[in-house]
Design a protein around this ligand. Structure first.
Ligand code: SF4
Ligand code: SF4
Length: 504
C-alpha cells in the first residue's frame, strides 16, 4: 500500500493539491480557450503566410509536438485541459434544462467506427487541402470543432463527443496506451467495501461521476480516459490516484475493461489502432520529396492533371490494402503454435488480429513522436516572432519581429533524436508481441489427451511463445526499416520558412 501511495502523483506537494482542487481543470482549460480564440482570430484575419500565422504555427507545430511529448512523459494531458470541453459544458447545461436531460447515443453508434472514419477523412483532407499551409482553413476547423462538440453534447447524454466522435481524443487514447501514468484505484479492498460507488454515479454534492462510463473498480488502462479527474473528486474515500506504471504494460494483457470490454473482442478499436499505426507512416511518407514524383507519375498514369486521385490511391494502398495484407498475414502465421500444439482452441483470425495489433502501438507512437518532434524541434521558436507579429498587428508591440527564430536544436541532431524514438518504439513493440504471445499461448487449452502435462519442449513453452510472436516481430522490424527510410528522406518543413531538410 505504501509503495502504491508513494507513486501517486496526487500526493505530491503543490501538484497534488492543485489537481485535487475542484476547479483545476477549468483553470487549465481557460488559458487554452483564450489561446484557441487568438489562433482562430489570427487565422481568419491575420497574415496569409502559414509560418507567420498563429493558427497554423500553433496547431501544426506546437500543439501536435507538445501533445506527443506529454503522452510520452505523463499521459492524456491535452484531454485533461481540453478547451473544447467548455462549450460542451454549455451544451450540457442546455440539455439538462431545455431538453429533459437529452438522449442516449443510439446503440449502433456506441463504438469507434465513426471516429475511425473521421480520422481517415482528416488524414486525407490534411494532404489534399494542405491544411498546414492555410491559416484560414485551420481556423475554420477549430471553429467547426467547437460547434460540433457543443451540438453533440447538447443532444446526447454523457461524454458522447469525447468517447465516440473526437478524432483528437482518439489519438490521445491511442497514445496514452504507452504513457507512464494512469488514473486508477489505490486499494481494491476499499472499493469492495464501498457502498456508494460515487466515482461512477456521481456524488450527492453535485460532483459528477465518470461520463465515459469507466467504473474505477473495474477500470483497466488508459483507453477512453480523458484524465478529467471527475472520479478523483467524486470518490468519498479518496481512493483514486494518478498512479505511475510500466509504460506499454497495459497492452500485454486482455482483461475485461470497464466501459470497453476486452480488446480482443473489439474490432472497431482494432481498426482505430491500425489507422493510427499505419497512418503514422503514411502521414510522414506523404511529405517526403520522392512522394511528389510518385504523385506526378500516378497522375500521368491515371490520365489526369489533378494530384488527388494519385494521393487517394496512396492512401487506399497505405491505409487499407497493405494493413489488411500485412496484419492478416501476421495473424494467420501467428496461429501456427496452436496448430502445432493441437490445442483444442484455435483462435479465430479476427480475434488474433484484435489482440496482437496492440503490439504495434509503441512503434506507431514512436513514428508519430519522431515525425511531430521533427517539426516541433525545427520550428518551436517560431512562436516568438509570430506572437510578436500578432501583437504588432493589434498595436501592442513596437519592436523588431525576429523572423530568424525557429529551431531549438542543431539540424544534425534531428535524425539521431528521431532514430532514438523509433528504436524505443520498436523495442516496445517487440516486447509487447512477446508478452501478448506469452499471455495467449500459456493460457490456451491443452490437447484433450495431454492429461494436463507439459508439452514437449519443441512445441510448448518459450518456443511456442516465440513462434506466435515472430510474425508480429517481423512486421515490427519491416515497419521500423520503412520508417527509418522515410525519416532520412528530405522532408518538407511545413509551417516554417525552410523548405526541406535531409535527415528530416
Ligand atoms: S473508486 Fe471510490 S467511489 Fe469508486 S468504488 Fe472505489 S471507493 Fe467507491
Ligand atoms: S472520470 Fe473517467 S475519464 Fe475522468 S479521469 Fe476518471 S476514469 Fe478517466
Amino acid at each position: 500500500m505504501t509503495n502504491v501511495h508513494r507513486r501517486d502523483l496526487l500526493t505530491w506537494p503543490i501538484l497534488g493539491p492543485f489537481l485535487k482542487w475542484r476547479h483545476a481543470r477549468t483553470a487549465m482549460q481557460a488559458p487554452l480557450l483564450l489561446i484557441a480564440g487568438l489562433m482562430i482570430f489570427d487565422g481568419l484575419v491575420g497574415p496569409r503566410l502559414a509560418p507567420k500565422n498563429l493558427a497554423t504555427v500553433g496547431v501544426w507545430l506546437h500543439y501536435r509536438g507538445l501533445v506527443v511529448l506529454a503522452l510520452l512523459v505523463a499521459g492524456n494531458l491535452f484531454c485533461m485541459a481540453c478547451p473544447f470541453m467548455l462549450p460542451r459544458q454549455v451544451g450540457r447545461w442546455l440539455r439538462e434544462r431545455l431538453f429533459g436531460g437529452g438522449r442516449n447515443v443510439p446503440a449502433a453508434l456506441r463504438n469507434k467506427w465513426l471516429a475511425a472514419g473521421l480520422v481517415l477523412v482528416f488524414f486525407f483532407s490534411y494532404e489534399v487541402f494542405s491544411l498546414w499551409s492555410s491559416p484560414w482553413l485551420t481556423a475554420w476547423i477549430a471553429v467547426g470543432y467547437f460547434l460540433v462538440a457543443f451540438l453533440v453534447d447538447t443532444v446526447f447524454r454523457g461524454a458522447t463527443f469525447c468517447k465516440y466522435v473526437c478524432p483528437l481524443g482518439q489519438f490521445n487514447f491511442f497514445g496514452s496506451l504507452i504513457s507512464p501514468l494512469e488514473i486508477k484505484v489505490k486499494e481494491q479492498t476499499v472499493c469492495a467495501a464501498c457502498r456508494t460507488k460515487d466515482c461512477i454515479r456521481g456524488s450527492s454534492s453535485n460532483v459528477r461521476g465518470c461520463e465515459l462510463w469507466l467504473f474505477q473498480e473495474r477500470k483497466a488502462g488508459n483507453m477512453d480516459c480523458t484524465f478529467c479527474l471527475d472520479c478523483v473528486h467524486a470518490c468519498p474515500c479518496a481512493n483514486v490516484g494518478l498512479i505511475t506504471r510500466t509504460p506499454t504494460a497495459e497492452l500485454w494483457t486482455d482483461p475485461f475493461r470497464s466501459g470497453i470490454g476486452r480488446f480482443s473482442q473489439r474490432l472497431d478499436l482494432a481498426a482505430l489502432v491500425v489507422i493510427f499505426v499505419f497512418g503514422s507512416f503514411i502521414n510522414a511518407f506523404a511529405m517526403i520529396r520522392p512522394v511528389y514524383g510518385l504523385r506526378e507519375n500516378l497522375a500521368r498514369w491515371l490520365g489526369t492533371t489533378s494530384p488527388v486521385p494519385g494521393l487517394a490511391l496512396i492512401f487506399v494502398i497505405g491505409l487499407v490494402v497493405l494493413p489488411i495484407v500485412l496484419v492478416s498475414g501476421a495473424a494467420w502465421l501467428g496461429r501456427a503454435p496452436f496448430v502445432f500444439r493441437r490445442s483444442s482452441f484455435l483462435p479465430p483470425l479476427r480475434q488474433i488480429t484484435a489482440r496482437y495489433i496492440y503490439a504495434l502501438v509503441p512503434l506507431g507512437f514512436g513514428m508519430w513522436l519522431a515525425h511531430y518532434s521533427f517539426h516541433f524541434l525545427t520550428g518551436a521558436l517560431t512562436v516568438v516572432p509570430v506572437a510578436q507579429s500578432f501583437l504588432a498587428d493589434v498595436g501592442l508591440y513596437r519592436g523588431a519581429v525576429q523572423w530568424g527564430m525557429g529551431p531549438v536544436v542543431p539540424t544534425d541532431w534531428l535524425f539521431p533524436i528521431e532514430a532514438v524514438f523509433m528504436y524505443a518504439g520498436a523495442t516496445g513493440s517487440l516486447i509487447g508481441a512477446f508478452q501478448i504471445a506469452r499471455n495467449q499461448v500459456e493460457s490456451a487449452p491443452l490437447p484433450p489427451n495431454s492429461g494436463g502435462n507439459s508439452l514437449p519442449p519443441r512445441l510448448g513453452g518459450r518456443g511456442a511463445v516465440l513462434a506466435a510472436a515472430a510474425p508480429w516481430m517481423i512486421l515490427t522490424l519491416l515497419l521500423l526499416a520503412f520508417g527509418l527510410w522515410v525519416l532520412v528522406q528530405p522532408m518538407e518543413m511545413r509551417g516554417t520558412f525552410m523548405y526541406s531538410l535531409p535527415g528530416g
